[in-house]
Write a new protein. Structure first.
Ligand SMILES: [Fe+2]
Ligand SMILES: [Fe+2]
Ligand SMILES: [Fe+2]
Ligand SMILES: [Fe+2]
Length: 397
């Protein structure tokens, strides 16, 4: 039986935001905070419009994730700009809406992401107009447009004048009026990179959800979609690990919750690779030591992303320790045997098993006999767990 647990939705939203920042950092040296600024503006507008608590939470989540559909191929084409530079592709609206279909919004939110570039007068990507566009999409559209002007260096008054000018063409009149009311000097200053995190943390509405780990799995699957869009290889690799961990959970007769945690850890273990440049992830040859150094931080990023979610303590450990070794020769911490629990050790073994049995551009999948020899040697050197290695080689033979 799977147990009900209480999760804070905001902690998931926070992890998604970090994932999007990683994605952005893989093509730029800094992150633009576009998503956070749009979210802060949206909830200020929502409050002024008198939205309900449920609408406010969903607006916040939708605003901060509104550009989640900006996929990597688009990024690569426009790698000199920030997120807002990539919004010219309407596909990001379709992919973004699709990705969030399983997100636990408090009410159905069809069209909130899909129509975030629609204009009041029907001149947007899909030609939707007026109140046929969901109100929350109208709010995100104005916040998004204002953020882009902010990022281009326009001042508070210039932006205020532009919004007034586009009242009734680009924007829904109610939302324009709300903007005029919130556009104080303090509001404008709080958008600054130095203050945006604090201001957002103070302002976001909080919601909790009662869910079992199993019910949570599809939400974690959204991260898998981000990874798949960036690098199909990494996506396949994670799914291979998930299948093998499922087999191992049955081999050990683990209960349903431990099994689910192992599967979630598998799907999330390389999520930090969102921050790794595609030139390295997609390279058709083995990596140079310098390139390998650029891959190594991914496990640290995975930990930073997951550790903020209460209820994910085991998953954070198991997902983030998969390159540590019992003798301290692993990375990024150089942990030793005493730091690595059973789940972490199992994940290390399965990650290696999966990697060796995968097709690589520079070599074919290795035969079982060869895998067994390599892993046996690592166990003999006390680099990976001897008993678990024997179990893995038995169960996956
Ligand atoms: Fe967008
Ligand atoms: Fe945007
Ligand atoms: Fe990894
Ligand atoms: Fe991996």
């Amino acid at each position: 039986m799977s147990e009900y647990m209480t999760f804070n939705r905001n902690e998931f939203v926070g992890a998604f935001v970090m994932a999007l920042d990683f994605l952005e950092s893989s093509v730029r040296s800094n992150v633009t905070n576009h998503n956070k600024r749009v979210a802060l503006m949206a909830i200020r507008l929502g409050a002024r419009l008198g939205l309900s608590a449920e609408d406010m939470f969903d607006l916040y989540a939708g605003a901060v994730l509104h550009d989640n559909g900006i996929t990597n191929p688009v990024y690569n084409k426009l790698s000199t700009g920030g997120i807002s530079n990539m919004e010219r592709f309407m596909s990001h609206c379709i992919v973004g809406e699709e990705n969030l279909k399983v997100f636990p919004f408090l009410k159905p939110r069809e069209g909130m992401i899909l129509y975030h570039h629609e204009a009041y007068d029907g001149s947007g990507y899909f030609g939707m107009s007026g109140r046929a566009i969901p109100l929350l999409a109208h709010v995100i559209h104005l916040a998004d447009t204002v953020e882009i002007m902010y990022a281009q260096g326009l001042g508070r008054k210039e932006v205020g004048a532009k919004v007034a000018e586009w009242n009734g063409s680009q924007f829904l009149p109610d939302v324009c009026e709300a903007f005029d009311e919130i556009n104080s000097l303090a509001f404008w200053l709080s958008l600054d990179n130095r203050f945006i995190d604090g201001e957002l943390n103070r302002s976001v509405p909080h919601y909790h959800m009662e869910m079992t780990l199993r019910e949570l799995a599809p939400i974690a699957g959204i991260f898998g979609k981000f990874v798949d869009e960036k690098s199909p290889f990494t996506g396949r690799h994670s799914r291979g690990i998930a299948e093998k961990l499922e087999t191992m959970a049955d081999f050990y007769n683990f209960d349903e919750d431990i099994k689910t945690k192992l599967i979630l850890s598998a799907h999330l273990h390389d999520i930090g690779k969102l921050a790794t440049p595609n030139a390295i992830l997609d390279k058709n040859a083995s990596l140079t030591p310098e390139e390998f150094d650029l891959v190594k931080p991914h496990v640290f990023y995975t930990r930073r992303m997951l550790e903020g979610i209460k209820g994910f303590e085991d998953i954070t450990e198991w997902a983030s320790n998969h390159h540590e070794k019992l003798d301290g020769s692993g990375y990024p911490y150089g942990f030793t045997a005493k730091d690595l629990d059973f789940g972490s050790r199992l994940m290390v073994c399965i990650d290696i098993y999966q990697a060796l049995t995968e097709e690589r551009p520079y070599r074919s999948p290795l035969e079982y006999a060869k895998v067994s020899r390599i892993m046996g040697g690592m166990a003999d050197n006390n680099s990976i767990d001897r008993d678990i290695t024997a179990d893995v080689l038995e169960a996956l033979r």
